[in-house]
Design a protein around this ligand. Structure first.
Ligand SMILES: [Zn+2]
Length: 388
Protein backbone atom coordinates (compact mmCIF):
# COMPACT_ATOMS: atom_id res chain seq x y z
CA UNK A 1 0.00 0.00 0.00
CA UNK A 2 1.35 3.35 -1.04
CA UNK A 3 1.01 6.08 1.56
CA UNK A 4 -0.45 9.33 0.35
CA UNK A 5 1.70 12.47 0.30
CA UNK A 6 -0.42 15.50 1.27
CA UNK A 7 1.23 18.79 0.32
CA UNK A 8 -0.58 21.74 1.95
CA UNK A 9 -0.24 25.52 2.09
CA UNK A 10 0.73 25.58 -1.59
CA UNK A 11 0.07 27.94 -4.41
CA UNK A 12 -0.95 25.69 -7.32
CA UNK A 13 -0.53 26.63 -11.00
CA UNK A 14 -2.06 23.76 -12.93
CA UNK A 15 -0.50 24.41 -16.36
CA UNK A 16 -3.18 26.96 -17.28
CA UNK A 17 -4.26 28.93 -14.19
CA UNK A 18 -3.53 29.54 -10.55
CA UNK A 19 -6.10 27.55 -8.57
CA UNK A 20 -8.01 28.42 -5.40
CA UNK A 21 -6.91 25.09 -3.91
CA UNK A 22 -3.94 24.89 -1.53
CA UNK A 23 -3.54 21.13 -1.16
CA UNK A 24 -2.34 18.46 -3.56
CA UNK A 25 -2.28 14.76 -2.85
CA UNK A 26 -0.02 12.20 -4.51
CA UNK A 27 -0.61 8.48 -4.20
CA UNK A 28 0.74 5.50 -6.13
CA UNK A 29 2.35 7.78 -8.70
CA UNK A 30 -0.81 9.75 -9.48
CA UNK A 31 -2.36 13.04 -8.44
CA UNK A 32 -5.30 11.86 -6.34
CA UNK A 33 -6.67 15.12 -4.92
CA UNK A 34 -6.48 18.87 -5.45
CA UNK A 35 -8.58 21.03 -3.15
CA UNK A 36 -8.80 22.58 0.31
CA UNK A 37 -6.66 21.38 3.23
CA UNK A 38 -9.77 20.50 5.29
CA UNK A 39 -10.72 17.75 2.86
CA UNK A 40 -7.68 15.53 3.42
CA UNK A 41 -6.93 13.26 6.35
CA UNK A 42 -3.60 11.84 7.46
CA UNK A 43 -0.19 13.45 7.77
CA UNK A 44 0.53 16.61 5.79
CA UNK A 45 3.64 18.50 4.70
CA UNK A 46 3.44 22.26 5.13
CA UNK A 47 4.57 23.88 1.87
CA UNK A 48 3.93 27.55 2.73
CA UNK A 49 5.83 29.79 0.32
CA UNK A 50 6.08 27.10 -2.35
CA UNK A 51 4.30 26.88 -5.69
CA UNK A 52 3.41 23.57 -7.35
CA UNK A 53 3.52 23.48 -11.15
CA UNK A 54 3.50 20.56 -13.60
CA UNK A 55 6.87 18.93 -14.26
CA UNK A 56 8.67 20.45 -17.25
CA UNK A 57 8.82 18.90 -20.72
CA UNK A 58 11.82 19.37 -23.03
CA UNK A 59 10.54 18.52 -26.51
CA UNK A 60 13.98 18.06 -28.10
CA UNK A 61 17.03 16.47 -26.49
CA UNK A 62 19.75 13.95 -27.37
CA UNK A 63 20.70 11.92 -24.32
CA UNK A 64 23.49 10.26 -26.25
CA UNK A 65 25.34 13.47 -27.11
CA UNK A 66 27.97 14.99 -24.85
CA UNK A 67 27.62 18.81 -24.80
CA UNK A 68 31.37 19.09 -24.13
CA UNK A 69 32.19 17.46 -27.50
CA UNK A 70 32.51 19.90 -30.36
CA UNK A 71 32.05 17.04 -32.83
CA UNK A 72 29.83 14.04 -32.20
CA UNK A 73 31.66 10.70 -32.44
CA UNK A 74 31.16 8.79 -35.67
CA UNK A 75 30.19 5.68 -33.74
CA UNK A 76 28.05 5.26 -30.67
CA UNK A 77 30.18 3.75 -27.92
CA UNK A 78 28.48 1.71 -25.15
CA UNK A 79 30.65 3.68 -22.69
CA UNK A 80 28.07 6.45 -23.13
CA UNK A 81 25.36 4.45 -21.32
CA UNK A 82 26.29 5.41 -17.72
CA UNK A 83 26.61 9.04 -18.87
CA UNK A 84 23.11 8.88 -20.32
CA UNK A 85 21.84 7.62 -16.95
CA UNK A 86 23.59 10.53 -15.25
CA UNK A 87 22.11 13.06 -17.68
CA UNK A 88 18.62 11.66 -17.16
CA UNK A 89 19.03 11.92 -13.38
CA UNK A 90 20.26 15.51 -13.63
CA UNK A 91 17.28 16.39 -15.82
CA UNK A 92 14.86 14.97 -13.27
CA UNK A 93 16.58 16.90 -10.48
CA UNK A 94 16.19 20.12 -12.47
CA UNK A 95 12.44 19.52 -12.80
CA UNK A 96 12.32 17.99 -16.28
CA UNK A 97 9.89 15.10 -15.88
CA UNK A 98 9.38 14.35 -19.59
CA UNK A 99 11.74 14.64 -22.56
CA UNK A 100 11.55 13.73 -26.20
CA UNK A 101 14.82 12.22 -27.45
CA UNK A 102 15.15 13.08 -31.13
CA UNK A 103 18.00 10.92 -32.18
CA UNK A 104 20.85 8.62 -31.37
CA UNK A 105 22.74 5.88 -33.12
CA UNK A 106 22.24 2.72 -31.08
CA UNK A 107 18.79 2.93 -29.43
CA UNK A 108 20.41 3.08 -25.96
CA UNK A 109 17.91 5.80 -25.05
CA UNK A 110 15.03 3.38 -25.69
CA UNK A 111 16.50 0.98 -23.18
CA UNK A 112 16.90 3.85 -20.72
CA UNK A 113 13.27 4.89 -21.41
CA UNK A 114 12.10 1.42 -20.39
CA UNK A 115 14.28 1.30 -17.27
CA UNK A 116 12.92 4.68 -16.18
CA UNK A 117 9.35 3.54 -16.86
CA UNK A 118 9.92 0.44 -14.71
CA UNK A 119 11.29 2.62 -11.88
CA UNK A 120 14.77 1.08 -12.02
CA UNK A 121 16.43 4.35 -12.98
CA UNK A 122 15.45 7.91 -12.04
CA UNK A 123 14.85 10.19 -14.99
CA UNK A 124 12.23 11.90 -17.09
CA UNK A 125 9.60 9.93 -19.00
CA UNK A 126 11.18 9.55 -22.43
CA UNK A 127 9.69 9.53 -25.90
CA UNK A 128 12.32 8.36 -28.38
CA UNK A 129 12.76 8.48 -32.14
CA UNK A 130 15.82 6.25 -32.51
CA UNK A 131 17.85 6.88 -35.67
CA UNK A 132 16.73 9.93 -37.65
CA UNK A 133 16.07 9.35 -41.36
CA UNK A 134 18.62 11.39 -43.30
CA UNK A 135 20.14 11.61 -46.77
CA UNK A 136 23.52 10.04 -47.72
CA UNK A 137 26.19 12.00 -45.80
CA UNK A 138 23.32 14.24 -44.65
CA UNK A 139 22.63 15.75 -41.25
CA UNK A 140 23.61 13.30 -38.47
CA UNK A 141 24.27 10.50 -41.00
CA UNK A 142 26.74 9.02 -38.48
CA UNK A 143 23.72 7.69 -36.53
CA UNK A 144 23.06 5.18 -39.28
CA UNK A 145 19.78 6.42 -40.77
CA UNK A 146 21.02 7.28 -44.27
CA UNK A 147 18.64 6.78 -47.19
CA UNK A 148 18.83 7.83 -50.82
CA UNK A 149 15.62 6.41 -52.27
CA UNK A 150 12.11 6.04 -50.92
CA UNK A 151 12.67 2.30 -50.47
CA UNK A 152 15.78 2.97 -48.38
CA UNK A 153 14.01 5.64 -46.34
CA UNK A 154 11.10 3.27 -45.62
CA UNK A 155 13.60 0.59 -44.58
CA UNK A 156 15.16 2.99 -42.04
CA UNK A 157 11.67 3.82 -40.79
CA UNK A 158 10.75 0.13 -40.43
CA UNK A 159 13.98 -0.49 -38.51
CA UNK A 160 12.93 2.15 -35.96
CA UNK A 161 9.42 0.68 -35.72
CA UNK A 162 11.00 -2.71 -35.02
CA UNK A 163 13.00 -1.22 -32.16
CA UNK A 164 9.84 0.17 -30.54
CA UNK A 165 10.26 3.91 -31.07
CA UNK A 166 7.62 6.42 -29.96
CA UNK A 167 7.93 8.64 -33.02
CA UNK A 168 9.86 9.08 -36.26
CA UNK A 169 12.45 11.79 -36.81
CA UNK A 170 13.22 13.03 -40.30
CA UNK A 171 16.04 15.39 -41.21
CA UNK A 172 14.20 17.46 -43.82
CA UNK A 173 17.15 19.85 -44.23
CA UNK A 174 20.85 19.91 -43.50
CA UNK A 175 22.22 21.12 -40.18
CA UNK A 176 25.16 22.88 -38.65
CA UNK A 177 26.37 19.93 -36.58
CA UNK A 178 27.31 17.85 -39.62
CA UNK A 179 30.28 18.76 -41.76
CA UNK A 180 29.31 19.04 -45.42
CA UNK A 181 25.59 19.42 -44.74
CA UNK A 182 23.98 22.85 -45.21
CA UNK A 183 21.04 24.16 -43.16
CA UNK A 184 19.50 25.77 -46.25
CA UNK A 185 19.43 22.55 -48.29
CA UNK A 186 16.44 20.22 -48.43
CA UNK A 187 17.38 16.57 -47.99
CA UNK A 188 14.25 14.85 -49.31
CA UNK A 189 11.75 15.38 -52.12
CA UNK A 190 8.10 16.08 -51.41
CA UNK A 191 7.18 12.55 -52.55
CA UNK A 192 9.55 10.88 -50.09
CA UNK A 193 8.42 13.10 -47.20
CA UNK A 194 4.75 12.46 -48.00
CA UNK A 195 5.29 8.69 -48.04
CA UNK A 196 7.34 8.68 -44.83
CA UNK A 197 4.76 10.69 -42.92
CA UNK A 198 1.89 8.53 -44.20
CA UNK A 199 3.77 5.35 -43.25
CA UNK A 200 4.69 6.64 -39.78
CA UNK A 201 1.09 7.68 -39.17
CA UNK A 202 -0.13 4.25 -40.31
CA UNK A 203 1.95 2.88 -37.42
CA UNK A 204 0.33 5.51 -35.14
CA UNK A 205 3.71 7.20 -34.76
CA UNK A 206 3.99 11.00 -34.93
CA UNK A 207 6.75 12.63 -36.98
CA UNK A 208 9.23 15.30 -35.92
CA UNK A 209 11.04 17.04 -38.78
CA UNK A 210 14.35 18.85 -38.43
CA UNK A 211 13.99 21.97 -40.61
CA UNK A 212 16.24 25.01 -40.95
CA UNK A 213 15.74 26.19 -44.54
CA UNK A 214 12.37 27.54 -45.65
CA UNK A 215 12.01 25.07 -48.52
CA UNK A 216 12.44 22.14 -46.13
CA UNK A 217 9.96 23.73 -43.69
CA UNK A 218 7.48 24.05 -46.55
CA UNK A 219 7.85 20.43 -47.66
CA UNK A 220 7.59 19.07 -44.12
CA UNK A 221 4.50 21.20 -43.48
CA UNK A 222 2.85 19.99 -46.70
CA UNK A 223 3.67 16.40 -45.76
CA UNK A 224 1.80 16.91 -42.47
CA UNK A 225 4.53 16.22 -39.91
CA UNK A 226 3.49 16.71 -36.27
CA UNK A 227 6.27 19.01 -35.08
CA UNK A 228 8.75 21.18 -36.94
CA UNK A 229 12.05 21.33 -35.07
CA UNK A 230 14.09 24.56 -35.15
CA UNK A 231 11.92 26.16 -37.87
CA UNK A 232 14.78 28.57 -38.50
CA UNK A 233 13.48 30.16 -41.72
CA UNK A 234 17.00 30.17 -43.16
CA UNK A 235 17.35 31.58 -46.65
CA UNK A 236 19.81 33.59 -48.64
CA UNK A 237 19.44 36.42 -46.11
CA UNK A 238 20.70 34.13 -43.36
CA UNK A 239 19.16 32.86 -40.11
CA UNK A 240 15.47 33.74 -39.81
CA UNK A 241 15.85 35.82 -42.96
CA UNK A 242 13.28 33.99 -45.04
CA UNK A 243 9.99 33.89 -43.12
CA UNK A 244 7.18 33.22 -45.61
CA UNK A 245 3.62 33.77 -44.54
CA UNK A 246 2.24 31.28 -47.10
CA UNK A 247 4.43 28.56 -45.63
CA UNK A 248 3.41 29.55 -42.09
CA UNK A 249 -0.23 29.19 -43.18
CA UNK A 250 0.46 25.58 -44.19
CA UNK A 251 1.96 24.95 -40.74
CA UNK A 252 -1.12 26.49 -39.12
CA UNK A 253 -3.67 24.74 -41.31
CA UNK A 254 -2.06 21.33 -40.82
CA UNK A 255 -2.11 21.72 -37.03
CA UNK A 256 1.66 21.47 -36.75
CA UNK A 257 3.53 22.52 -33.61
CA UNK A 258 6.81 24.43 -33.84
CA UNK A 259 9.66 23.48 -31.49
CA UNK A 260 12.21 26.29 -31.88
CA UNK A 261 15.02 24.80 -29.72
CA UNK A 262 15.92 28.02 -27.92
CA UNK A 263 18.67 27.08 -25.50
CA UNK A 264 20.22 29.00 -22.63
CA UNK A 265 23.14 30.06 -24.84
CA UNK A 266 20.83 32.20 -27.00
CA UNK A 267 21.35 34.78 -24.26
CA UNK A 268 24.20 35.90 -26.54
CA UNK A 269 21.54 37.22 -28.95
CA UNK A 270 19.92 39.22 -26.17
CA UNK A 271 23.33 40.58 -25.19
CA UNK A 272 23.77 41.97 -28.73
CA UNK A 273 20.43 43.65 -29.41
CA UNK A 274 21.83 45.56 -32.38
CA UNK A 275 22.63 42.28 -34.12
CA UNK A 276 20.06 41.68 -36.83
CA UNK A 277 19.55 38.02 -35.92
CA UNK A 278 17.69 38.83 -32.69
CA UNK A 279 15.35 41.12 -34.55
CA UNK A 280 14.69 38.58 -37.30
CA UNK A 281 14.22 35.61 -34.96
CA UNK A 282 11.89 37.61 -32.70
CA UNK A 283 9.89 38.82 -35.64
CA UNK A 284 9.51 35.27 -37.04
CA UNK A 285 8.28 33.99 -33.65
CA UNK A 286 5.87 36.88 -33.26
CA UNK A 287 4.43 36.39 -36.71
CA UNK A 288 3.90 32.68 -36.04
CA UNK A 289 2.35 33.37 -32.63
CA UNK A 290 0.07 36.08 -33.97
CA UNK A 291 -1.17 33.68 -36.66
CA UNK A 292 -1.96 31.13 -33.93
CA UNK A 293 0.88 28.66 -34.54
CA UNK A 294 1.67 27.09 -31.17
CA UNK A 295 5.29 26.93 -29.95
CA UNK A 296 6.72 24.34 -27.57
CA UNK A 297 9.81 24.69 -25.41
CA UNK A 298 12.83 22.66 -26.47
CA UNK A 299 16.59 23.00 -26.18
CA UNK A 300 18.32 20.41 -28.43
CA UNK A 301 20.30 19.45 -25.30
CA UNK A 302 23.41 17.45 -26.10
CA UNK A 303 24.64 19.61 -28.96
CA UNK A 304 27.86 21.52 -28.18
CA UNK A 305 27.47 23.72 -25.09
CA UNK A 306 23.82 22.81 -24.46
CA UNK A 307 23.49 20.89 -21.18
CA UNK A 308 20.72 18.41 -20.56
CA UNK A 309 19.36 19.95 -17.36
CA UNK A 310 19.27 23.56 -18.58
CA UNK A 311 15.66 23.87 -19.80
CA UNK A 312 14.61 25.91 -16.71
CA UNK A 313 17.28 28.50 -17.60
CA UNK A 314 16.45 28.36 -21.30
CA UNK A 315 12.82 29.28 -20.54
CA UNK A 316 13.81 32.78 -19.44
CA UNK A 317 15.80 33.30 -22.63
CA UNK A 318 12.91 31.93 -24.70
CA UNK A 319 10.45 34.24 -22.90
CA UNK A 320 12.62 37.27 -23.68
CA UNK A 321 13.29 36.41 -27.31
CA UNK A 322 9.69 35.46 -28.11
CA UNK A 323 8.31 38.08 -25.68
CA UNK A 324 6.15 35.62 -23.79
CA UNK A 325 4.88 36.22 -20.25
CA UNK A 326 6.03 33.78 -17.54
CA UNK A 327 2.67 31.96 -17.70
CA UNK A 328 2.86 31.72 -21.50
CA UNK A 329 6.39 30.36 -21.55
CA UNK A 330 5.58 27.87 -18.78
CA UNK A 331 2.65 26.64 -20.88
CA UNK A 332 5.07 25.93 -23.74
CA UNK A 333 6.94 23.59 -21.37
CA UNK A 334 3.94 22.00 -19.63
CA UNK A 335 0.31 21.90 -20.84
CA UNK A 336 1.00 22.87 -24.45
CA UNK A 337 4.04 20.63 -24.73
CA UNK A 338 1.97 17.67 -23.54
CA UNK A 339 -0.63 18.44 -26.21
CA UNK A 340 2.04 18.70 -28.89
CA UNK A 341 3.54 15.37 -27.88
CA UNK A 342 0.18 13.62 -27.59
CA UNK A 343 0.50 12.90 -23.86
CA UNK A 344 -1.92 15.45 -22.39
CA UNK A 345 -3.98 12.71 -20.74
CA UNK A 346 -0.88 11.61 -18.82
CA UNK A 347 1.10 14.70 -17.89
CA UNK A 348 1.60 18.43 -18.50
CA UNK A 349 -1.12 19.62 -16.13
CA UNK A 350 -1.91 19.19 -12.45
CA UNK A 351 -5.25 17.42 -12.36
CA UNK A 352 -6.72 14.43 -10.56
CA UNK A 353 -5.80 11.23 -12.36
CA UNK A 354 -2.70 12.60 -14.11
CA UNK A 355 0.72 11.14 -13.36
CA UNK A 356 2.24 12.98 -10.40
CA UNK A 357 4.85 14.93 -12.35
CA UNK A 358 5.07 17.89 -10.02
CA UNK A 359 7.58 20.63 -9.33
CA UNK A 360 7.64 22.44 -5.98
CA UNK A 361 9.28 25.83 -6.44
CA UNK A 362 10.62 28.37 -4.00
CA UNK A 363 8.49 31.42 -4.91
CA UNK A 364 5.91 31.95 -7.62
CA UNK A 365 7.12 31.57 -11.21
CA UNK A 366 4.07 33.44 -12.54
CA UNK A 367 5.40 36.58 -10.83
CA UNK A 368 9.09 35.80 -11.19
CA UNK A 369 10.08 33.20 -13.75
CA UNK A 370 13.46 32.62 -12.06
CA UNK A 371 11.60 30.53 -9.44
CA UNK A 372 11.52 27.73 -12.03
CA UNK A 373 15.28 27.37 -11.57
CA UNK A 374 14.81 26.79 -7.81
CA UNK A 375 13.05 23.45 -7.37
CA UNK A 376 12.66 22.44 -3.75
CA UNK A 377 11.26 19.05 -4.73
CA UNK A 378 10.56 17.28 -7.98
CA UNK A 379 8.14 14.36 -8.24
CA UNK A 380 8.60 12.10 -11.25
CA UNK A 381 5.45 9.93 -11.37
CA UNK A 382 5.12 10.44 -7.61
CA UNK A 383 8.69 9.71 -6.74
CA UNK A 384 10.55 12.56 -5.01
CA UNK A 385 13.97 12.95 -6.60
CA UNK A 386 15.49 15.67 -4.41
CA UNK A 387 16.44 14.76 -0.85
CA UNK A 388 15.40 17.32 1.80
ZN1 LIG B 1 18.51 17.81 -32.38
Amino acid sequence: MNNAINLTGLKIWDGHNTLEADTLQIQAGKITFIGPREAVTGPTQNCAGLTAIPGLIDAHVHLELNPDNQNPPLQTDPAVIPLMHQRAFQMAQAGITTARDLGGGAWYELNLRDQIARGEVIGPRLLCSGQPITSPQGHCHFWGGEAKTLAEALAVLQRQVGKGVDLIKIMATGGRLTHGSKPTDSQFSQDILDALVATAHSHKLPVAAHCHGTEGIHRAALAGVNTIEHCSWVGRQGWAGDFQEDVAKVILNNGIWVSPTVNRGWQRMLDNPTNGVLHRVRSAYQKMLSMGIPLVASTDAGIPGVYHADLPHALRVFSEIAQLSPAQVLQTATSNAALALGIAQTTGTLAIGRDADVLLLDGNPIDDLSAVTRPVQVYCRGRGVLTD
